[in-house]
Ligand binder design. Structure first.
Ligand code: MG
Ligand code: ZN
Length: 396
């Protein structure tokens, strides 16, 4: 079985009456005038809102040395919109990005992707089938991930997440398995690729396994420091050793139940990785539970996760602004819940309304800040994010 999206041939749209660049379209000039007037009206409204967050950049390097890729699982335009309104217009980290684009999130075999194929698109630059962890159709051959590749090139690498280590998104950067549910096997793959830090849940996959292997012992023998908890004081933050910090035995608690570590963990990890290699670093950060809140159709949970993720983005931006050679990319892997923001029960409020309990095929926004951020404007495939990251770093 191959990719059914491959081989699709799109008709030329140049002659379309809907093409605003088509000179035969008599409505074009009039429509442009209307759009300009609308833009001026909205610009007038927006300028009255004070920009509370100002990330003042140092002079950027010509190209980035470091990449921080932040993934909001299940986060598309409606989730970002709600996050911006909840933060207060002008106060959200999302409003700080000079470059914004959209990606098409479909997987190899479905308009609606799951998180495994979604993350594999980012990590390998290839569309795969839903459920596949960094393996490709038709024969499930492993694809080298950007984390593995940069690790081999001498970059420091790390992941900070609010799910367990073998969960689909982090797994797709470091493991190769046909089925995402093979979590015990995915944990084994953490021994195959050198990485510098991991902060997230799922310790039992490493120290309390049905096969009685103790992966923590194996990692310690390779020089890793293994810690448990959500504070960072007992970690080798001077860069002297790689580490895993398990924030939970299973899945970490929800942000609404009091989970707070993601923003600080992101700052700590970036500063740590900077000390681990002169070549630069790759850090993947996931707001894993935005998706879970949307599956549950729980707007209060979503609000807490979006606020937590917004604070996390701010930490990444502040690091990048002070550093000048870090590219920050924020995106989601897919939409979840079919979220709509409808008229609220009171004036000047909105009502988050979910239309389903599964993922949807909506376009997903991409935000970029730092050297080469401009590469991320436009509308492209989720797989292009991989190529754009490599192009930004100057690899091939
Ligand atoms: Mg995920
Ligand atoms: Zn999901």
């Amino acid at each position: 079985m191959g990719c059914w999206f491959e081989g699709l041939v799109w008709p030329s749209e140049a002659d379309s009456p809907f093409n605003p660049f088509n000179p035969t379209n008599s409505h074009t000039t009039f429509m442009r005038l209307i759009l300009l007037l609308l833009a001026l009206v909205f610009a007038g409204c927006a300028s009255s809102v004070k920009q509370a967050v100002e990330i003042q950049p140092v002079k950027f390097a010509e190209r980035p040395k470091n990449i921080i890729l932040l993934i909001g699982d299940g986060m598309a335009l409606a989730q970002v919109s709600a996050g911006i309104y909840w933060a207060g217009v002008g106060k959200s980290a999302f409003e700080q990005f000079p470059s914004v684009g959209f990606h098409k999130s479909h997987s190899c075999d479905d308009y609606v992707t799951d998180s495994a194929a979604g993350a594999t698109a980012f990590s390998c630059g290839q569309k795969t089938t839903n459920n596949a962890i960094a393996v490709l159709p038709p024969d499930n051959r492993p694809c080298t991930t950007i984390l593995e590749d940069l690790s081999a090139r001498g970059h420091a690498t790390g992941m900070v997440v609010t799910c367990s280590a073998p969960h689909a998104t982090p797994a797709s950067f470091i493991a190769h398995r046909e089925i995402r549910a093979f979590t015990e096997d995915i944990a084994l793959d953490y021994l195959k690729t050198p990485f510098d830090c991991f902060i997230g849940g799922g310790e039992h996959f490493f120290n309390n396994r049905p096969d009685r292997l103790n992966l923590e012992d194996s990692l310690r023998q390779r020089g890793y420091v293994i810690r448990r908890g959500t504070t960072f004081g007992r970690l080798p933050l001077d860069g002297s050793a790689p580490f895993m910090l398990f924030t939970a035995d299973r899945e970490p608690m929800t942000a609404s139940a009091g989970r707070r570590y993601l923003p600080e963990a992101t700052r700590v990890a970036a500063q740590f990785l900077q000390k681990r290699s002169d070549k630069g670093f790759f850090l993947m950060v996931e707001g894993s539970q935005i998706d879970w809140a949307c599956h549950a159709n729980d707007a209060n949970w979503l609000r807490a996760e979006m606020m937590d993720f917004d604070k996390t983005i701010k930490q990444a931006l502040e690091f990048a602004a002070s550093n000048g050679e870090t590219l920050v990319i924020v995106t989601g892997d897919h939409e979840c819940g079919g979220l709509a923001l409808t008229e609220g029960p009171v004036k000047s409020d909105f009502q988050p309304v979910f239309s389903c309990r599964l993922h949807t095929a909506a376009l997903v926004p991409v935000f970029a800040y730092g050297p080469k951020a401009e590469l991320f404007t436009g509308l492209y495939d989720n797989t292009d994010i991989y190529g754009k990251m490599r192009a930004a770093l100057g690899i091939e």
